[in-house]
Design a protein around this ligand. Structure first.
Ligand code: FAD
Length: 435
């Protein structure tokens, strides 16, 4: 049944690739190997928010306890909004329900995703250079920068927004600069005055003019991982960008210059960043996104059970204003793994399976990309002193409800009910029932 006997190669061991391999092993696709270019698995030093829609899936993989060990627990709300200049409370959004959003260091999320994956399927120092057909044309040969190569029937490109797999597929579009950079760093609660430390024990968004500063209270006291992760979204012209890559370290002064007339709490954050960074620098990243792609896959014309597909930022990158890039990759991972595993034998056509997957996922990921762009415009506002019918917490709550309450396997099962492409076991799916 399905494509479980095919050799599957995953390119990229970031949060998307590691989510997919968890999904593959969970459904019983065992002929998988993951290839990561770096010498070790690592993530940028920053916090991340994983929301209900994705936590349901990770819980199903049995990762709940591990994740909670190092993530926030029982935060009082999903997000609180404050005026940038006065610090005045503007309102908040309640949590969307169980399982609640979990805020943690990216490295801790990656550790959790690595926990159940055997070392034997993880290959480091494997930077993909190119892909060509095998001599008989029925599969692919993957060539790595270290001079080695391997064969696979199905290639899953989880290699991020600058994807090589995407290029191999002949996709030549360029990523778009969003107009904003992000300044990212951590502040220890002990480096803040007590009242500010208390305020930042929840997710707070200081809404400013074409800028906003978001605070994620990651981790917890028990595991000594509690810190305020700072993300300053600042509008800057691309011409001011000095680094050749999209990531650099910049003096804390740059963030301070953006926020010089902001409220005392933001000044405390900047002072806290200085205390925690011996070189007085923080991470600075130019925010790029790609336009949604028409087709996420290609099929080998010599073999109907062989092909290449994109997953995660390589397929559906988004601005981070709804905290959904990784969450979308987690949803996509379980959807693709399920389809590959349970695709009915009589339709042994990978193109049809890939198209079914794309039809399931693309409307949602396109909508997330579009609404995340809009959410960024609302947060970094032209007129931050005003709440209006577009920007107020009640409207924002409703804007995001469809994201959080979604159950990808329920969606998959209901689509399958009409076409019967998949032989899903009776008890398969229903992420909600695992809570
Ligand atoms: C400021 C900011 C805040 C964010 N906050 C959130 C949030 O709160 N919640 C959320 O869900 N999302 C968030 N995101 C989005 C999230 O970070 C991305 O969507 C996610 O990391 C994408 O994962 P990925 O594995 O697809 O790509 P990547 O993270 O880019 O990983 C790609 C991997 O592939 C490897 N690779 C690349 N090329 C090759 C090659 N040729 N050969 C082998 N390996 C290769 C890389 O080394 C890397 O490990 C945020 C993003 C930003 C910028």
């Amino acid at each position: 049944m399905g494509f479980e006997n095919q050799r599957i190669a995953i390119i990229g061991g970031g949060l998307g690739g590691m989510s997919f391999i968890n999904a593959a092993l969970h459904v019983g696709l065992t002929n998988v190997q993951l290839y990561e270019q770096a010498a070790q698995f690592s993530e940028v030093g920053a916090g991340i928010n994983i929301t209900q829609n994705a936590n349901r899936i990770l819980d199903r993989y049995g990762l709940r306890e591990s994740m909670l060990k190092k993530s926030s627990r029982n935060l009082p709300c999903y997000m609180e909004y404050r005026n940038y200049r006065t610090g005045e409370y503007l309102g908040h959004i309640d949590e969307f329900g169980e399982p609640r959003a979990r805020l943690l260091h990216r490295a801790h999320l990656l550790e959790t995703l690595k926990e159940r994956v055997p070392d034997s399927v993880l290959n480091l120092n494997k930077r993909l250079r190119s892909i060509s057909k095998t001599d008989d044309g029925t599969a692919y040969r993957l060539f790595f920068e270290d001079g080695t190569s391997t064969e696979a029937d199905i290639v899953i490109g989880c290699d991020g927004i600058k994807s090589v797999v995407r290029r191999v597929m002949g996709i030549t579009d360029s990523p778009n600069y969003s107009g904003q950079v992000v300044y990212r760093g951590f502040v220890d609660y002990k480096d803040l005055p007590p009242a500010t430390a208390q305020l930042l024990r929840k997710t707070v968004n200081f809404r400013g003019p074409k800028r906003h500063v978001l605070i994620l209270p990651i981790g917890n006291e028990e595991s000594r991982t509690a810190r305020a992760a700072i993300i300053g979204f600042m509008t800057e012209p691309l011409e001011a960008w000095k680094s050749e890559s999209w990531m650099s370290r910049s003096p804390n002064d740059e963030l301070e210059a953006h926020a010089k007339d902001w409220c005392p709490a933001v000044q405390h954050i900047i002072a806290g960043l200085r205390k925690g960074s011996p070189d007085n620098k923080m991470m600075k990243q130019a925010l790029y996104v790609r336009d949604p792609l028409d087709k996420w896959y290609q099929v080998n014309d010599s073999n109907k059970a062989s092909g290449i597909i994109l997953l995660g930022d390589s397929a559906h990158s988004t601005l981070p204003h709804q905290g959904q890039g990784t969450c979308m990759a987690i949803e996509s991972g379980i959807a693709l793994a399920t389809i590959l595993k349970y695709w009915k034998a009589q339709n042994h056509d990978l193109g049809a399976a890939f198209q079914f997957y794309q039809d399931l996922r693309k409307p949602r990921t396109d909508r997330v990309t579009r609404t995340s762009y809009e959410a960024g415009k609302l947060a970094s506002s032209d007129n931050p002193d005003q709440l209006d019918e577009m920007f107020n917490p009640e409207v924002i709550l409703e804007r995001m409800r469809w994201i959080m309450e979604y159950d990808v396997l329920e969606d998959l099962r209901s689509r399958n009910a009409s076409c019967q492409f998949l032989d899903l076991p009776q008890d398969y799916g229903q992420l909600r029932s695992t809570l």
